[in-house]
Write a protein that binds this ligand. Sequence first.
Ligand SMILES: *Cc1c(COP(=O)(O)O)cnc(C)c1O
Length: 425
Amino acid sequence: MSDNWKIETQAVQGGYQPKATEPRIPTICQSTTYKYDSADHVAKLFDLDLPDHMYTRISNPTTDEFEKKIAMMEGGVAALATSSGQAASALAILNICSAGQHVVSAGTLYGGTYSLFANTLPKLGVEVTFVDPEASAEEIKSHFRENTRCVFAETIGNPGLNVLDFEKFSAVARQMGVPLIIDNTFPTPVLCRPFEHGADIVIHSTTKYIDGHATSVGGVIIDGGRFDWTGGKFPELTEPDTSYHGLRYTEKFGPLAYIIKARVQYMRDLGTTPAPMNTFLFNHGLTTLPLRMDRHSTNTLALARYLEKHPKVSWVNYPGLESHPSYPRVQKYLPKGASGVLTFGIKGGREAGIKFMEATKVIALVVHVGDARSCVLHPASTTHRQLTEEQQIASGVTPDLIRLSVGIEHIDDLIADVEQALQAS
Ligand SMILES: *Cc1c(COP(=O)(O)O)cnc(C)c1O
């Protein structure tokens, strides 16, 4: 029944269904371990013959409720929560990619992901080639190698706000026989469900909209369950795992092979586990996510339209605006809204940018996005200060650029705040 629910109902009712006298909401299971009655039971757990919990590094009842709900909302088969968004992307790739292998990624990425791909994965022997997401399918395919294991991209690039051409990327991945991994942090499943557009694995930084109240850092990996791992390219899923007495993941777990391996092998060994308190809060966040994403999107569109006409503003970048090059893709992939982040250029450049950021009163100077409260950042004088002006421009940060993460306050108060800050700049 719940598979047919609309996402608003899944968000409220999904995952946890209490029986009579049980708590109305999932409780925080703050326990490292679980109690058993027999050696046989424990042996079956450790041989992966039973799905019960063995240790909170690997699974936990509170975390499980969150994983079930987010998997349902994305339309996937199962999920694995992680301690951060960074841990989710690292684990999603390492699960199928080891030293000597290769990843193709869109170059328009969140800074932390870019650094993971450009610096840290290569140190582990995994090479990443960055491609222009607007390049032709042929050009993208020309960067594939014999040892390429996956393609990675963001639905809405952070901070460039370009919307992915899913049709092109999923066709390339399919033709090259590798899975498409999508970072869906900005839209959340409320605005876009990448599995419906050919993605195989979805990850999120749950730190952003899914938490939505700036309380906890976290991430999640969701498995679409449809990629066929048995073509010969992924022996780690089809050949025996010696750490589980020669078990073969695809044989034993079928469509759950990838996500179970990520949990019982990589989460077991790397331990990037979320605290139950945090997954409890993410589960709460999911409950109101459809309402919030709607308000974030309508507020941001209204603010973008207001900024577009303002004499002190030289340009506005929001994919929900008809003038944006990604707008046709917003209509195709994000018909319910383009999420809550926009950037704009302030006349007067760097100095005006700093004055604006310091003058807002409702909107706070915070290095964050996806919070219910509006945040402002002038990257050239803050997060990107160490770079030279040329390096800043190369990374898309012009001296006049201001980023707004638009919250769910009343739009009139946000526009009034931006107006007085523009006057003060
Ligand atoms: C923030 C972010 C991440 C990293 O997530 P953390 O939870 O900060 O580790 C990854 N991708 C995108 C798109 C993000 O915005």
